[in-house]
Unconditional design. Sequence first.
Length: 256
Amino acid sequence: MDEDPLTRRRRAERVDYIPGALLDADAFRAEQAYHRGQLAKVVNHLHGSGTVAGLKVTHDPVAGHLVVSPGLAIDRVGRVVELHETATVDLSGWLAQSGPPSNASRVCVDVHVRFHTQRQDLAPSCESSMPEVVALTGRLVEGAEVVLRAHGDPPPGLPQETWWARIPDEDAAAWEHHVQDHLLNATWDHQAEDALGPDPTAVFLARVTVGTQMPAGVPVSQTVQIDNHSRAFVYPNAVLVAWLQALTAGHGDAGD
């Protein structure tokens, strides 16, 4: 699959249509990239990245699998990442192949989801510059792919997807000043941020901790702990308003 133009910095360019102009595939790709890129830029910088709905990570102790529920996220370049069906990962098998040394007392696995496309409904193209080569055309289906990243013991700190999570917890005026400074010095390039996993655009979902040195008779499945709440969430505006109203009401009651 070709690289998505949204993953690299580019100027906003759109096709200049004129009567009689011959349009090729590159022209239509440029048109798609323009609209997708402008929308993603606004979504990324206005709403940030994180979980919109679903994508809860659980563990199936019988099968030994991690299970990720269907859901929606916004990745670090503003693309919608939608997991249409439940995804499962063989945790034991994956750790055996990709995990850190088995002599660690525990293993931490970060679960991410990333944007993924695949072609479907392929059909021969009606024209090709090389008759002996059959070009195929079809549809690009946008979806999601679950990826894992293992850490040894002790694990690193949890990924920080949002810049405001790194702002000092001070009074409201100082906090606002820090926010304004960040926005004034913000970069439009997502790769200037710290990479969170196998893909710098991936969205962090959960940290899974698995014990590896257990007493005899205690299955490893009983040691699995999952932190779903340290991820970044993208909250609807109505929820934020209700949240602020509740906080304001609480401060008002405290001052009475």
